[in-house]
Design a binder for this molecule. Structure first.
Ligand SMILES: [Mn+2]
Length: 479
């Protein structure tokens, strides 16, 4: 691996704040980048906008801090401010003559900082200067004053309209909402405040749609960060293939692969990896990762690392022995062909629903022509399609509305999607006097950046051809 240490996200001398501010790779331009994002939102939504960060860090809902996820901020707030700290609120007041942006943070608490490290806090002038310098928000207030300031700002606005963010379906007839997260809780709190001041009914609206329209197409920094995440993820994968004969259990593969990724990124994993040998790979979200790896088995790996706030989400399926057997090879190449067909077809204007049609039709045809026609038999737990071939990616590994209504929207340049056909089931084939009989899961996943004329495969450098994988696994092993 030849990846230089990342350094911190914030200039030297300001290093103490590097854990709580993600400049998104924009460096000294971070301030104008975040400010532009907030302006664009205000242009789209001319109302009082209030957005909450996460109420606590990962694990802190229990007794003590357990910060296992280096980036944990609510993505709306992360996207607009870069602040990776719990208990913040962003208020946008388009057109206000006082200040059109206010960031609310907690009071400085040296006792808390003794345990959990430094935070941006009211009452510490140096910290407030820093938060203004990095985010470009000029007005920073105590979060305890939020209710009062919110009411004052609302009273001053001619149109009593308020926007906030919560996750809901907007297209399908049945209204579905996520009611378990901090965004919903915050929405309820705002509704309570509005009731107190007798605000008109229906004055609170969801900015989800506008926000996603702005957030989903990645900018140049996001794309650079994504490329970096891909490079680290790919190098870790290649290194893992070189060492594969050492791994007799799924958890050892996971430890090695994730160790290689984490050694080269301070931003954490995109998600806990799936390392599934043999029949375990037929469980789509297998997470146990502690079974022995059988000699002739295929091993499915679904993994990736973050860089800044961008993610890699890669799947590869490799033979534990270093060589695919004839049946594994046929099935693998059928999946790969479907994946290449999706990549060829992906383009702005096309929908993910159409990608699905292309993917699963190609895969079925491949199975018919290259497996069933040769006498192969199969038994699957599903009919036709095991899962969607693509999901949106960005600030979150699965980005966009959680109900995936974006699947029927024409894709836009700058969207990043996964391309992940899979095949899962029992397969049997008699060939040259041998019987191959295996329960197999194969998934091959790349990440694509949609452009006007097609797409860029950001994962191009991560080996997936049978010959490449076998070559990397056959390299002389280090002792
Ligand atoms: Mn994925």
């Amino acid at each position: 691996m030849h990846i230089k240490s990342s350094g911190s996200a914030v200039k030297k001398g300001k290093k103490i704040y590097s854990g709580i501010f993600r400049d998104g790779g924009a460096g000294s331009r971070a301030k104008s980048r975040f400010r532009k994002r907030r302006r664009d939102l205000m242009k789209k939504e001319d109302r009082l906008i209030v957005l909450t960060g996460v109420p606590y860090g990962p694990g802190q809902e229990t007794t003590w801090a357990y910060a296992h996820a280096p980036t944990y901020q609510e993505p709306t707030v992360m996207y607009l401010t870069g602040i990776n700290q719990s208990e913040v609120i962003l208020l946008l007041d388009p057109g206000s003559k006082e200040s059109d942006e206010i960031l609310f943070v907690r009071k400085k608490d040296p006792k808390k900082e003794f345990w959990d490290g430094i935070r941006f806090g009211v009452g510490d002038p140096a910290s407030i200067r820093e938060v203004k310098r990095v985010t470009g928000v000029k007005d920073v207030q105590d979060i305890d004053d939020f209710d009062t300031i919110f009411r004052k700002r609302l009273a001053k606005r001619k149109k009593k309209q308020v926007g906030t963010f919560w996750l809901e379906s907007t297209k399908s007839g049945r209204r579905r909402t996520i009611k378990t997260d901090h965004n919903w809780k915050f929405k309820k709190r705002i509704e309570g405040l509005l009731r107190k001041v007798n605000a008109p009914k229906g004055c609170l609206t969801n900015i989800m749609q506008s926000h996603f329209e702005l957030r989903l197409p990645l900018d140049a920094y996001d794309i650079a960060n994504t490329r970096k995440a891909q490079a680290i993820t790919g190098d870790a994968f290649k290194e893992t293939l070189n060492n594969f004969s050492k791994f007799d259990n799924e958890y050892r593969v996971q430890g090695f692969l994730e160790g290689q990724m984490l050694m080269n990124s301070p931003y954490g994993l995109s998600f806990p990896g799936i390392i599934a040998a043999g029949h375990n790979a037929t469980v789509l979200h297998y997470m146990k990762n502690d079974d022995p790896i059988g000699k002739g088995e295929l091993v499915l790996l679904d993994f990736g690392v973050r860089w800044m706030t961008m993610h890699a989400d890669i799947s590869r399926t490799v033979p534990a022995s270093g060589k695919f057997n004839p049946m594994q090879r046929i099935l693998y190449e059928v999946v790969l062909e479907a994946q290449l067909a999706v990549e060829k077809f992906a383009c702005a204007g096309v929908t993910i629903a159409e990608l699905n049609d292309r993917c699963w039709e190609t895969l079925q045809r491949g199975l018919d022509e290259k497996f069933y026609a040769l006498g192969g038999k199969s038994k699957m737990a599903y009919k036709g399609r095991p899962h969607g071939v693509s999901h949106l990616m960005g600030e979150q590994e699965h980005d966009g509305d959680p109900f995936r209504e974006y699947g029927v929207e024409p894709m836009k340049p700058g969207w990043m999607i996964s391309n992940e056909p899979g095949l899962y089931g029992k397969f049997r084939w008699k060939h040259q006097g041998r019987v191959y009989d295996e329960e197999i899961g194969i998934r091959i996943e790349d990440n694509l950046l949609i452009t006007k004329t097609g797409c860029i495969n950001l994962s191009k450098g991560i080996p997936k051809r049978v010959s490449e994988i076998e070559r990397l696994m056959a390299r002389p092993r280090r002792k």
